[in-house]
Each structure stands twice: as structure tokens, then as C-alpha cells.
Design a binder for this molecule. Structure first.
Ligand SMILES: [Cu+2]
Length: 315
């Protein structure tokens, strides 16, 4: 179901069409069950009303066949809906490898957006049409929820962790952005606009934001400012793991487990270093919880990610 569907917001992302079908499927199933139950109730009410000439003798005995048949039929029907929805949900949380990362921080009461090139926006998000975008969401205070009805997506932004979701916009235009989790006095005003642009226009928009440091470059400065380089830098005498090429690599932990170093792992390593200690290293890294805000964390994580690729910030 693409294009304009009556009573629904615009259908403007690659998943939105299927979401419409799923919604239609749920409504159709509910309406069918509703009509069946109420239809039978009404029929019986009328047929067996007081004084009607309906035959009341010869009562039918219950048979297990009927019980099993309707139980199995509804079970299969609802499990089918569940599998359909779960499949879509899982897909929405598995971004393609070529998706662009955009960082979003929710706080009372605004959305702060940072593009990988360092461009910043507040209560606005510009994206190119037809390209997958992966959002990394976090919150500085309470739970918020990033919701774009035209894309049929919403995701809680939870303090203390990263949540991700992705979408591919399919139609150029402006769409509403909302906070969909009651988060305080000005919750109702915590919204904005998503602007979907042609890739060329988007590139021009990025360029117009002026020359600025990329997120990774800002992160590199913070990495020194917070003293990380004292232990992790090349010249350090402390026995700390080098962070080059860390992103995306499996990391053996002291506990014997192995985890993949993703955004979340790096973030947790900074805030809760004792929770997952890298194998072969002493657990001497101090926790930076409460000292580094979400904004700066994103930049440091972006910097550590950039160390995995060849294009290291030249500083
Ligand atoms: Cu909010």
C-alpha cells in the first residue's frame, strides 16, 4: 500500500507500505471477529427472545470437534499475525551495512541531531531520499521516544544506553517528528520536522552548514581532554588496549565471553569499565559516568569508530 491511504499519514519510507498492510490485516481480523461474535449474539437474541416460536427442545450436546476447530483456527490466525509483525520488527532493527549513522540525543525538551560530518540540528533532521539511515538514539535525562509517523517508526530513547533503528525515506517532503513518550511539562512541544531531500540537494545542504570539525575530529580532542590518551595513546606506559581497529571486532573478555565492539560496547566501556573487562588487561580504567555528557560521548565513540578505518582525522 503506497501513496496516500485515507486516515493514515503519508507513506514515506521503505517499510511503511508493509506496515500499512499489517495494520490493515490487524483491523480486518479484529473486525471479522467482532462481526462474528456480535452477529451470533444478535441472531440468538432475536431467535430465542421471550415468546418466540423457536424450537427449544432437543438440545445439542457439545462436541470436542467444534472446540478444537475454532481454537486451532484462531491460534493459527493470530500466530500468523504475530510472525508477520515480528518479522517486520526484526528487519527494522537490522540496518544494512551501508546505512549512514546519524546521532540523536533527546533531552527535556528537544531533539539534538548530529551528522557524521559534524553538522548539528535541533528539532529537525535532514536526510536524503532513497538512502538507508541508521539512527543511534540516546537520552540525557528521561525516556523519550523518537517517532516519525510517515515512516511508521518509533523508538524509545533510554537514558544510559544506545538504541538504534533505521529507515529508507522514499518520498521527498517535510514530515512530522514527535516525542511519543510523556516526558514532562513541555512534552507536547517536543517535536520537529524531518526534511527528505534529493541526494544532490542534501549534499548542498550539508555543505551550506559551513566548514566544521567532523564528529570524529571533535571526539579526538575530547579523547585528549578527558585523559583517555594518557592510557590508550601510543606513547602511554600504562598497559591499556590500543583502540585502533576496535570497532566491529570481536573482543575476548576476562570473563571468558567474547563480544563484538559496537557503539554500545564502546559506550559501556567508558561508563562502566568494570562490567566488561578486556581479557589480558588490568581493570584499572576509571568510570567516566556522570563526567561525560551524551553529546561528548557520541563524539568520542565516533572518534574510536574512525580509528577502525584508514581515514583517521589528521591531527
Ligand atoms: Cu520527550
Amino acid at each position: 500500500m503506497e501513496g496516500k491511504v485515507p486516515f493514515l499519514p503519508a507513506t514515506a519510507s521503505a517499510h511503511a507500505g508493509e506496515m500499512n498492510w499489517l495494520f490493515a490485516g490487524l483491523v480486518a481480523t479484529s473486525v471479522f471477529i467482532l462481526l462474528l461474535v456480535f452477529g451470533l449474539m444478535i441472531v440468538f437474541c432475536v431467535r430465542y427472545r421471550k415468546g418466540s416460536g423457536a424450537d427449544r427442545g432437543d438440545r445439542m450436546t457439545k462436541t470436542w470437534r467444534v472446540e478444537v476447530a475454532w481454537t486451532a483456527a484462531t491460534f493459527v490466525l493470530f500466530m500468523g499475525l504475530y510472525a508477520w509483525g515480528a518479522n517486520l520488527y526484526i528487519d527494522l532493527h537490522r540496518p544494512p551495512a551501508d546505512a549512514t549513522d546519524i546521532y540523536v540525543v533527546g533531552k527535556q525538551w528537544m531533539w539534538k541531531v548530529e551528522h557524521p560530518g559534524g553538522q548539528k540540528e535541533i528539532d529537525a533532521l535532514h536526510v536524503p531520499v532513497g538512502r538507508p539511515v541508521r539512527l543511534v538514539l540516546s537520552s540525557e535525562d528521561v525516556i523519550h521516544d523518537f517517532a516519525i509517523p510517515a515512516f511508521r517508526i518509533r523508538q524509545d530513547a533510554v537514558p544510559g544506553r544506545y538504541e538504534t533503528l533505521w529507515f529508507t525515506p522514499t518520498a521527498v517532503g517535510d514530515y512530522h517528528l514527535f516525542c511519543a513518550e510523556f516526558c514532562g511539562t513541555d512534552h507536547a512541544r517536543m517535536g520537529g520536522t524531518i526534511t527528505v531531500m534529493e541526494p544532490g540537494d542534501f549534499q548542498r545542504w550539508l555543505d551550506q552548514q559551513g566548514a566544521m570539525e567532523t564528529l570524529a575530529q571533535e571526539g579526538a580532542a575530547l579523547f585528549r581532554q578527558y585523559g583517555c590518551s594518557g592510557c590508550h595513546g601510543a606513547a602511554s606506559t600504562v598497559h591499556a588496549p590500543p583502540l585502533d581497529g576496535l570497532f566491529g571486532r570481536p573482543v575476548p573478555l576476562a570473563s571468558g565471553e567474547t563480544v563484538v565492539a559496537d557503539d554500545r560496547y564502546i559506550r559501556d566501556s567508558i561508563l562502566m569499565p568494570k562490567a566488561q573487562v578486556a581479557a589480558g588487561y588490568p581493570p584499572i580504567m576509571p568510570s567516566f559516568a556522570g563526567q561525560i555528557g551524551e553529546d561528548d560521548l557520541l563524539k568520542i565513540v565516533a572518534y574510536i569508530k574512525s580509528l577502525g578505518t584508514k581515514e583517521r582525522p589528521a591531527r
